[in-house]
Design a protein around this ligand. Structure first.
Ligand code: ADP
Ligand code: MG
Length: 261
């Protein structure tokens, strides 16, 4: 098994803050083992994922991707990491340029790559991969539903053929039935594209059917780590139990998502 990310004793203190928002946190991400980062709002999930992506500098500690530190990368090495690790955010409306057509949004990262494949062919291929009709290429983001917009964001992220897709609360803004469709899509894509998922979520129901391993975060620290099924069936840390108990609809929610998945 090859290790993609190694996070070693990473801490983050935002400028002017009295205490650390994160850490120290250590974890690793193995290829093909989807990881869930779980925790309530403010627990440091987004901070951790942005540091892993190299988008935010840690105050202390080191993040490596395939053995190379992700911070202070320059030139080709930085571009290479940008390609290999892609990000999908909660609100695709905020991340999709409103004046660009879907076809151009999906094509943009491809143009930067200068690959041999004709861009239009690849865009059609990517739209098909996220189960959108090729005619969507002519539409604007405001003409799409929330679920369709998230499909476009995923298509755009898949364009550079990444190894890892980091999805920060990718379905939190969507209806439960649409959530299940997007999660099913992510699972299928991960299989077909040999993609490893890092799924950030405050919702335990969401991760169960998707992620092999989970870390539970509380106040910037990892309080529990392990195989997702075991962790949810037999939580060891009081906070994990609390988190489970605070989701009364969990069994039903699982049923819904499980059925559709
Ligand atoms: P989560 O994604 O789990 O909701 P975040 O990583 O966004 O958590 O936030 C963790 C902590 O860091 C919170 O206390 C939050 O207020 C703080 N924080 C996040 N971003 C910033 C920032 N840019 N500047 C200062 N504090 C921040
Ligand atoms: Mg967040």
């Amino acid at each position: 098994m090859s290790t993609l990310f190694t996070v070693d004793a990473v801490r983050k203190r935002y400028r002017g803050a009295a205490e650390d928002a994160l850490g120290p946190v250590s974890l690793s991400v193995e290829a093909g083992r989807h990881l869930a980062i779980i925790g309530e709002s403010g627990s440091g999930k987004t901070t951790l994922s942005r540091i892993m992506l190299g988008l935010l500098p840690p105050t202390a500690g080191v993040v490596q991707y395939r053995g190379t530190p992700v911070h202070d990368l320059r030139g080709q090495a930085a571009r290479d990491l940008r390609r290999r690790v892609q990000l999908v955010l909660q609100d695709p409306f905020a991340s999709l340029s409103p004046r660009m057509r879907v076809g151009d949004i999906v094509a943009e990262p491809l143009r930067i790559l200068h690959r041999g494949v004709p861009v239009r062919t690849r865009v059609a291929e990517l739209l098909a991969a996220v189960e959108l009709d090729p005619s969507f290429a002519r539409r604007f983001p405001h003409e799409l539903s929330g679920g369709q917009r998230q499909r476009v964001a995923i298509a755009r992220a898949l364009g550079p053929r990444p190894e890892v897709l980091v999805a920060d609360e990718p379905v939190s803004a969507l209806d439960v039935s649409v959530q299940a469709q997007i999660l099913r899509l992510l699972r299928r894509l991960a299989e077909h594209e040999a993609l490893t998922l890092v799924l950030v979520s405050h919702d335990l129901g969401i991760v169960q059917n998707l992620c092999h391993t989970s870390v539970v975060m509380h106040r910037g620290r990892i309080v529990e780590f392990g195989a997702t099924t075991e962790l949810l069936a037999d939580p060891q840390h009081p906070y994990t139990r609390e988190l489970l108990a605070s989701v009364p609809a969990l069994p039903q929610h699982h049923e819904t998502i499980g059925k559709i998945l």
